[in-house]
Design a protein around this ligand. Structure first.
Ligand code: NAD
Ligand code: MG
Length: 341
């Protein structure tokens, strides 16, 4: 690629992030091709969206930028067997999460530029926000700069997916990996889901109607989070009653007490010292039995049945709409031998 031409981009994987990046980059004028195993579960989707689909090896060979958007746990093998033997000298290897590079699961070839462009949101929103002229915030990082243009390539890609419509922040692979894991474990996915479940269980165990408890502990959370999103905690205080404010200010600390804060430190320590990464890699390698059982327990939690009934009356919640995307990168339940949708 010379400095003035548009980079040819290969997207490997067409799941949550892969599809969103591919569609946005194409609409931004890039030459995009998709690399997928023939007969894989998302191949027809990529073709239906009008993309040229090649095998990962073919797509990699022709690209200036190779975006690795398969599940994190399959990336090391994919890199070793398909990407490294085929990627052209001096090309750019791009990740959407720093996990494998940061924890040493992938050691990229010396001649490559290695960058990270991580949208801070699920793929469905990366696409939807782009379509309506907005963007999901993104962070970017450079791990290896052999061309002298690695940062520029990351920013070009970031702009192409709509992530530069927001303030794209430069980070490092380490910071992105550790903060991303912490966010999804302590606050966004683990913390928020457990907070909702525990609140609902408390009310139902005390004899309140499950449906009323659902509205209080789950449904209304979105309305509050929308206020956070628009104007921070300040905005929430502008909209809720004085009674709600006083209760929140005096009782919130009952829940997020010193013990909860110590547990957050523990989560962070396990991320920083590699304990979490080693555990997850070993779980995946041994067939995901524990992961599957834990996930099944979440899906079978009674709040799910209550919510399903109530949401059937909410005509605006179309099935499969991007308003209800998969959770950030922790979501798909893929066994090593199978793969996520
Ligand atoms: P996903 O599970 O939604 O999609 C994976 C895709 O890879 C599918 O098209 C699947 O068919 C394909 N695939 C699986 N194994 C393959 C193989 N061996 N060879 C070729 N293709 C294969 O994945 P995702 O959630 O979009 O995650 C992709 C990357 O993006 C990860 O690094 C993740 O951490 C990161 N990320 C995800 C999100 C998110 O919201 N899901 C957010 C930020 C970053
Ligand atoms: Mg994440």
């Amino acid at each position: 690629m010379n400095a003035s031409s548009t980079p040819r981009i290969a997207i490997i994987g067409y799941g949550s992030q892969g599809r969103a990046h591919a569609l946005n980059l194409r609409d931004s004028g890039f030459d995009v091709r998709i690399g997928l195993r023939p007969g894989g579960p998302t191949e027809h989707k990529a073709r239906a969206d009008g993309f040229a689909v090649a095998t990962p090896a073919e797509a990699v060979r022709e690209a200036d930028i190779v975006a690795v958007l398969t599940p994190d746990m399959v990336q090391p093998q994919l890199y070793g067997e398909v990407i490294e033997p085929n990627i052209r000298h001096g090309a750019c290897l791009l990740f959407a999460h720093g996990f494998n590079v940061h924890y040493g699961q992938i050691v990229p070839r010396e001649d490559l530029d290695v960058v990270l462009v991580a949208p801070k949101g699920p793929g469905a929103l990366v696409r939807r926000e782009y379509e309506i002229g907005r963007g999901v915030p993104a962070v970017y990082a450079v791990h290896q700069d052999r061309s002298g243009r690695a940062e520029q390539l990351a920013l070009t890609y970031c702009a192409g997916i709509g992530g530069a419509r927001q303030n794209a922040i430069r980070t490092s692979f380490r910071e992105e990996t550790e903060t991303d894991l912490f966010g999804e474990q302590a606050v966004l996915c683990g913390g928020a889901a457990r907070l909702v479940q525990a609140g609902w269980e408390t009310l139902v165990a005390a004899g309140y109607q499950p449906e009323v408890a659902y509205y209080e502990c789950l449904h209304e959370l979105k309305l509050i989070v929308d206020l956070f999103y628009e104007g921070g905690i300040t905005r929430m205080h502008e909209f809720i009653s004085e009674t709600a404010q006083y209760g929140a200010l005096t009782r919130g600390d009952y829940v997020i007490d010193d013990h909860a804060r110590a547990q957050m430190q523990r989560i962070l320590a396990e991320i920083q010292d590699g304990t979490f990464a080693r555990e997850w890699i070993a779980e995946y390698a041994s067939g995901n039995a524990r992961y599957r059982a834990l996930k099944q327990a979440d899906l079978a939690h009674p709040i799910e049945a209550t919510g399903k009934q109530l949401r059937a009356h909410m005509a605006w919640l179309g099935s499969g709409a991007p308003a209800a995307p998969a959770a950030p990168s922790a979501a798909p339940a893929a066994a090593p031998q199978t793969e996520a949708a």
